[in-house]
Design a binder for this molecule. Structure first.
Ligand code: 9MR
Length: 359
């Protein structure tokens, strides 16, 4: 295993050298700013993916392997194996491990909200089950996962609704499930950092709702330590102004800010849009497109470096364009190029823009 990794690492370093010198490590370039992470699945802990992980990243997130649907099969059966592989890998390579995610409406099995007859649990019963689940998971990973996305995506898009209401957590418990999740996580392990995590937080409407919710939680003494701005941006939406404004606003609450799921799609903005109108054609990866992406990454990382005192981590949602959720979402099979390494594991122009800066 070790031999494979070093062989792969050598290969990457040798073949990916489009410049004379070896490829700089993202992790080392950003050492004095913030840890750089990647979200992966356990299959990426070998071969070329693992070589890139070891060389460039100092933090790991489970893209799917620690979600509820992967972790609990029935009330009697937990399944921690895939998550443990990731934690083992992180520990072997001196990386920190983020937990993702404890309470989310998605990737939580339908039976979780119901009794053995298929009827919805009462609010008290579901909160009890949530508490039990959180305790099991945090007990299991105790001392090995430094932060968790406790609640994911509880705020609605747009201005019509505040909370996302058409989900089982809300239907059964109302908004209280959000606070309770943090209280239970803190009682289960008071040493870990607890994050609220959501997407499209550069959008002032959603950003201000998250600000308001987190402020209220802090005022009420709820243990919440950070806001995870997922990212999942596009060439069109993120810019210096909206990114800076969101980071400043969240940091003004005295909580940590992390970019937890960074990628930049080359297709149009898609949050809260009529999906049928989105273009279906695959864009070729032309030099012009590569440059546009590189310029956007440069703009984003200039802001992140400038605001680094407010930021405690930046995690990419994937390693290379070969495996990115965006090539199957919002339009299935539409190849996207959202990361810093291409599908042949080579650093893209965007990579160089991120590592080549003057201090
Ligand atoms: O990248 C994840 C993809 O493989 C899963 O199919 C998908 C299921 O919804 O979840 C993706 O990760 C999501 C993350 O857990 C929460 N924020 C949005 C991410 C992209 O959808």
């Amino acid at each position: 295993m070790k031999k494979n990794i070093s062989l792969a690492l050598t290969l990457v370093i040798l073949t990916a050298c489009h410049k004379e010198a070896p490829i700089p490590s993202l992790e080392e370039r950003y050492e004095k700013y913030f840890p750089i992470g990647a979200a992966v699945g356990q299959k990426q802990l070998q071969g070329l993916d693992s070589a890139l992980l070891i060389h460039h990243f100092s933090s790991l997130t489970a893209e799917n392997d620690m979600k509820v649907s992967r972790t609990i099969k029935s009330m009697q059966e937990f399944s921690f194996t895939a998550g443990e592989h990731l934690v083992d890998f992180a520990e072997r390579h001196g990386m920190q491990m983020r937990g993702h995610t404890l309470v989310w409406y998605h990737q939580t099995p339908g039976w979780f909200y119901r009794d053995s007859l298929g009827h919805y649990l009462s609010k008290e019963q579901l909160l009890q089950r949530m508490r039990w689940y959180i305790h099991q998971v945090l007990d299991h990973y105790r001392g090995r996962v430094y932060a968790w996305d406790v609640v994911n995506e509880a705020i609605a898009d747009g201005s019509a609704m505040f909370y996302r209401q058409n989900i089982d957590w809300y239907r059964v418990c109302g908004q209280e499930y959000i606070k309770k999740a943090f209280v239970y996580a803190h009682e289960a392990d008071p040493t870990i950092k607890l994050f609220y995590n959501d997407y499209d937080l550069i959008n002032p409407v959603k950003r201000d709702k998250v600000y308001k919710m987190v402020k209220k939680m802090i005022d009420e003494g709820i243990p919440i330590h950070g806001i995870g701005m997922q990212g999942h941006w596009t060439l069109e939406d993120v810019n210096e102004q909206n990114l800076s404004a969101a980071i400043d606003l969240f940091a003004s609450l005295g909580v940590e800010v992390q970019i937890t799921e960074l990628d930049i799609s080359v297709y149009p903005y898609y949050h809260n849009m009529d999906r049928s109108t989105l273009p279906k054609e695959v864009k070729p990866y032309t030099p012009e497109l590569a440059k546009q992406l590189a310029d956007k990454y440069e703009e984003v990382f200039q802001v992140l470096r400038k605001k680094s005192e407010k930021i405690t981590g930046v995690t990419f949602w994937g390693v290379t364009d070969k495996k990115t959720w965006l090539s199957n979402y919002v339009v299935k099979g539409r190849t996207d190029y959202p990361l810093l390494f291409d599908s042949l594991y080579q650093p893209k122009e965007a990579f160089w823009k991120v590592v080549e800066f003057v201090e």
